[in-house]
Design a protein around this ligand. Structure first.
Ligand code: S3P
Length: 427
């Protein structure tokens, strides 16, 4: 499709879509808890709908009246073998977290997804859950989906030093640990998003976290709750950057979730000199706020180390931000970008360089030389929602000609209303 180009004056207010990570988990916790869970502001994007469908396939009663989703959980033991293989679509969070849940089920499940899922590494979850007693294997002896998960009701606890910084892997282990007999200890490589830990507590479970060390005992019973999903800072990120780099702009983003394990992009914007104000609206336990950005003069910085998991999904749009900053921005320690929906190091460098950026891909990140004007080009999302949205924001800077985006439909994975929201800002 042809993207929107040549914009100045983005002005207005957006209610950002609901948080993808929390939406997935709300269905999962609802399913494994006892009793009714109601979910408000569930993200009806393709990925979260894959999770919803997966749990229906596993025999969980789930109702959707268009506003509230109600999950009638009957505990881990209420899950039933699906009649067919479970399709996770494009969703890494669905497949990896379900592996941890199914590790303790007394039946065998098959999991598969799209072309991208078939290339995503699964050993990272397979190894720990197999160590706990499940039997999970990939396609033709590889670690890749389609996967078979043979669960066991006799899961053993685990003492696990995580080799990768990944909230999906951590969450899968925690779901398995909730079903194991005894105390598990998980030590993170770097602290990652902690929605699973928060929701274990919210659903009446016990978990203790001290720095990067997490202790959790099983088996535990959880109780259904009311979940209100906040807006997704990872979706807000596209309009935060748009407001900073498009001339004469001011954008207000309402109800953005501000869990501190997710707010690395705010730190980066502040360090680069961006004009950003935050008005906190949520409670201490569920931090949220209204974010306002304005066109800014920006400078290049280094982004590395412990901040990386706090902004891992925002790095493609941060790379675009850096193309509009004076000087060099260096992103290091982000090798995980290579195993996202696509190789995001290559995708960002290839596609933005086609538009005139000066970006060197490295083994674990990107070196971005700013500030560069961008011009028309034919680009692709590689089927990756975040690459697609980043390229649309980049296209706004193009003065003449067209920017044609292949595989634009991927955007509905996390932000089905993306183009409508963009449209509201320049009418
Ligand atoms: C997610 C964790 C991250 C993130 C993904 C969502 C989650 O993946 O990139 O979009 O909800 O746990 P990794 O665990 O692979 O870093």
């Amino acid at each position: 499709m042809d993207l929107v180009v040549n914009k100045v004056n983005l002005n207005g207010m957006i209610d950002v879509p609901s948080d993808k990570s929390i939406s997935h988990r709300s269905i999962m916790f609802g399913a494994i808890a006892q009793g009714k869970t109601t979910i408000k502001n569930f993200l009806r994007g393709d990925d979260c709908l894959s999770t919803l469908k997966a749990f229906k396939d596993l025999g969980v009663k789930i109702e959707d009246d268009g506003e509230t989703i109600t999950v009638y959980g009957t505990g881990f033991s209420g899950l039933k073998q699906a009649k067919q293989a479970i399709d996770v679509g494009n969703s890494g969070t669905t497949i990896r977290l379900i592996m941890g849940i199914l590790a303790g089920a007394p039946f065998t499940s098959q999991l598969f997804g799209d072309h991208s899922i078939a290339k995503r590494p699964m050993n990272r979850v397979m190894l720990p859950i197999n160590q706990m007693g499940a039997k999970c294997s990939g396609h033709d002896g590889t670690e890749f989906p389609p996967l078979t998960v043979e669960g066991t009701e006799k899961l053993q606890p685990i003492n696990y030093q995580m080799p990768v910084a990944s909230a999906q892997v951590k969450s899968a282990i925690l779901f398995a640990a909730l079903q194991a007999q005894g105390e598990s200890v998980v030590v993170e490589k770097e602290k990652t998003r902690d929605h699973t830990e928060d929701m274990i507590r919210q659903f009446g479970g016990e978990i203790s976290v001290s720095g990067k060390e997490i202790r959790i005992s099983g088996p535990q019973k959880l109780v259904g709750q009311e979940v209100i999903v906040p807006g997704d800072i990872s979706s807000a990120a596209f309009f935060l950057v748009a407001g900073l780099i498009i001339a004469d702009s001011r954008i207000v983003l309402n109800n953005v979730g501000l869990n501190p394990t997710r707010t690395g992009i705010i730190d980066v914007i502040e360090q680069m000199g961006g004009k950003l104000t935050i008005e906190e609206t949520g409670s201490m336990a569920n931090k949220a706020g209204t974010l306002t950005v304005e066109t800014s003069e920006l400078k290049g910085i280094e982004i590395s180390g412990e901040i990386i998991p706090r902004l891992i999904d925002e790095l493609p749009i941060i790379a675009l931000l850096a193309t509009q900053a004076e000087g060099i921005t260096i992103i290091r320690d982000a090798e995980e970008l290579k195993v996202k929906e696509t190789n995001r190091i290559d995708a960002v460098a290839n596609e933005l360089n086609k538009m005139g950026a000066n970006i060197e891909p490295t083994d674990d990140g990107l070196i971005i030389h700013g500030k560069t004007p961008l011009h028309s080009a034919k680009v692709t999302s590689y089927g990756d929602h975040r690459i697609g949205m980043m390229l649309q924001i980049a296209a706004l800077l193009v003065k003449d000609g067209t920017v044609e985006l292949e595989k634009a439909e991927a955007i509905s994975v996390s932000y089905p209303r993306f183009f409508d929201d963009l449209n509201k800002l320049y009418r």
